[in-house]
Design a protein around this ligand. Structure first.
Ligand code: ATP
Length: 249
């Protein structure tokens, strides 16, 4: 068990030519946190997550994950992470069970049949194990993608809009699954979201980005208090419009 934050980002930059997608951000995430990465369209959330997953090389800056420098120790770090996004599809023609089998082999999951059975039950997807992934509804696909992301029992789970385009009931179930996983495993969750009530309900840390810079951090309660607002939706609008905390008093 390492001491200190499980994610540590220092002066992280990613430039695409003249576009400063991420412009020197620093933050830490404590073990067991559920941290929201917020910001309007194009703020730099996906770019940041892609760098944390080792999919994109930073232009400059440092990333330490689980006490290791990511760029130097990718092989040690990446097997302890996973990622889920409704925008990334799994192979369409494989059945749900085949998909989970393929990914558990890729991840080197021991006792993979048992793990898939447990996830099938916990995420309530076992009734469509034999159906092709491509035939599922959006909500069913999201649950399968989440099962795939939990196969290796990740210590850090990165999520891109985990409940985007889901009906309120399915979204609520996904939130419960995420909270239960965190509570049972002690894992750390970092999620990009545009759903502010979800952030208030789930997250104990919020990082708000605007044009590649961190413009506000805190717990949802601290941010609502600092901006003199009623909820995170109002805080988000203030931050997006460049309104300073307390300037409306
Ligand atoms: P959204 O909420 O719309 O998904 P985001 O916060 O995830 O937005 P990013 O996708 O990280 O934002 O994009 C940050 C900035 O970088 C945007 O201005 C975007 O146009 C730009 N960008 C992202 N990927 C590329 C790329 N491959 N080439 C050039 N510019 C890019």
């Amino acid at each position: 068990m390492i001491e200190g934050p499980v994610i540590q980002v220092e002066c992280l930059c990613k430039y695409y030519g003249s576009v400063r997608a991420v412009n020197g951000i620093s933050f830490t995430v404590a073990r067991g946190s559920i941290c929201a990465l917020l910001g309007g369209n194009g703020a730099g959330k996906t770019t940041t997550i892609a760098m944390l997953l080792g999919l994109l090389l930073p232009t400059s800056g440092q990333i330490h994950i689980l006490g290791e420098e990511l760029q130097r120790h990718r092989q040690r770090v990446l097997p302890r992470l996973n990622f889920s996004s409704p925008y990334l599809d799994l192979p369409q023609r494989l059945t749900v069970a085949e998909n989970l089998m393929v990914y558990s082999r890729l991840y080197g999951v021991s006792n993979h049949r048992e793990r898939i059975t447990v996830l099938g039950r916990d995420l309530d997807i076992d009734s469509f194990f034999k159906r092709p992934y491509g035939s599922l509804s959006a909500g069913q696909k999201t649950r399968v993608a989440l099962a795939k992301a939990l196969l290796n029992k990740p210590e850090i789970l990165l999520l891109d809009e985990p409940t985007a385009s889901l009906d309120p009931d399915t979204a609520d179930r996904i939130r419960s699954i995420l909270t239960n996983y965190r509570n049972q495993s002690g894992a750390t969750l970092l999620m990009a979201s545009h759903n502010m009530s979800e952030v208030e309900r789930l997250c104990n840390q919020v990082i708000i980005l605007r044009t590649g810079n961190i413009v506000a951090t805190g717990t949802p309660g601290e941010l609502i208090h600092r901006y003199g607002r009623n909820d995170m939706e109002e805080v988000f609008l203030d931050v997006a419009r460049g309104i300073q905390p307390g300037s409306l008093e």
